[in-house]
Design a protein. Structure first.
Length: 91
């Protein structure tokens, strides 16, 4: 069994990089899902997962596949010009 964040993302390329994303744009949120319950919204940009800066789009999937449901994962994200941290309890 593996965890689920309850969201889908699209990589956002940084200004100086063609390969490494500067974040993951939250494209959609599952209503009532783990990310929604933690306060994330569509158009937030995730910049770090479990204290690890975003290194690729597969990072979210890798985290969900290696963590069990009920595990809490800290996610740093940008909303507008403000940085936030949320603790997502994987579904």
């Amino acid at each position: 069994m593996h965890g689920d964040f309850g969201l889908s993302v699209v990589p956002v390329l940084g200004p100086n990089s063609q390969i490494t994303p500067s974040g993951l744009y939250v494209n959609s949120i599952t209503a009532g899902g783990p990310a929604a319950q933690a306060g994330l919204q569509r158009s937030d940009i995730i910049t770090a997962i479990a204290d690890q800066p975003i290194s690729g789009a597969d990072q979210l999937q890798e985290t969900s596949l290696t963590k069990r449901p009920g595990t809490t994962v800290a996610v740093e994200f940008r909303r507008g010009n403000e940085m936030h941290t949320a603790n997502i309890v994987l579904g």
